[in-house]
Ligand binder design. Sequence first.
Ligand code: GLU
Length: 415
Amino acid sequence: MAQDNSMLDGTIASVDAAVRSLGLEDDMREVLVEPWREIQVGLPVRMDDGNVRVFRGYRSQHNAARGPYKGGIRYHPNVDLSHTRALGMLMTWKTALADVPFGGAKGGVSVNPRELSMGELNRLTRRYTMSIHHVIGVNRDIPAPDLGTSAQTMAWIMDAYGSINGHTPGIVTGKPIELGGSLGRAEAPGRGAAMVACRAIVDSGSSPEQNTVAIQGFGAVGSSAARTMFDNGAKVIAVSDIDGAIINTSGLDIPALQRIVIEGGTVSDYTDADALNHEDLLSLDCDVLIPAAIEDVITAQNAAGVRSKFIVEAANRPVTSAADEILVDANRIVIPDILANAGGVVASYFEWAQNIQVFNWDLERVNRELDRKMNEAYDITKAKADRNDVSLREAAFDVAVSRVAEAIKLRGYVG
Ligand code: GLU
């Protein structure tokens, strides 16, 4: 799929720019770009109607120089090997920038999970787990939720993996709290994205209270980003989900909207707002735009229409490389995904550490440590961007790539 290759090409282009700016050798560039291991599996699943459907599953383990592979599992029709590879590579840079002791990986199944029953999803997830169980492990590769998967999916993986290896809660993160999940993990990607957005707002001489916000996506990431922006005093004026978009220029009541969605509703069920076109949300007259849904939504075609000063990549790679150039040239501040949405994997690290220690942290500790990690990642990125007069994306990749290259050298990985 063309859009998938653009994501892989764009990610590699960011690595190449870092390789040049850091003066790394060509040999090192190859080791940094090539995935270290990949697996593709056929997944026959008995559907509720009695027929068998064979799904395609993937796990791309990009790099484990800094620790076990780490990254989510995506259930989406766009999933293929190239797409999974691009997302796995992004995880390597994200874990390095956040300075958590992991490498990067991503997995997925090409499926629209909305079309499957819970029973079908359970059987598909077990089959996928059985097909990749020999390449994952607490010290090998630790999956987590991503688009189209959830805490429930992680519970099924933990159960299937445990049926072979014995009870192993640290095999996945983003689990239900009842099964060893961490308090604060579900909210962490959105909380982290909002936190770095607020840091950038303050650095530009403004304050969250003076800023209006539009958010594309009101799932796990978008809704907690909305909530944290709201709690910090920003005015969230527009949000969307897969079924619709809404706007109220006086500000949306985000806690009320969250209650509607938790009870099974959609953002369109919120009555104190007008309906909005999905596409129009991206070009709204507002200060902060948070794409929190899927990749490739701000492209060369629509980037010039984006009016927000801050674009916060809460989703993975929502801004294409061509769009990024247009936005940076127009003096917009793009907070790159490997920084903006690192909160998820940072909290995953805390969950994994809690599982290994068999000792649970309270929410206050999770949020305090999360805020510290996010602030450190923001600080080092911003300082580098200012020092080298480059974009936040270039600075973030410089920091991440140099950390991974250093680990590869110290290991003597290339003999
Ligand atoms: N899927 C999330 C991401 O893209 C979380 C990964 C994890 O926690 O391992 O960052």
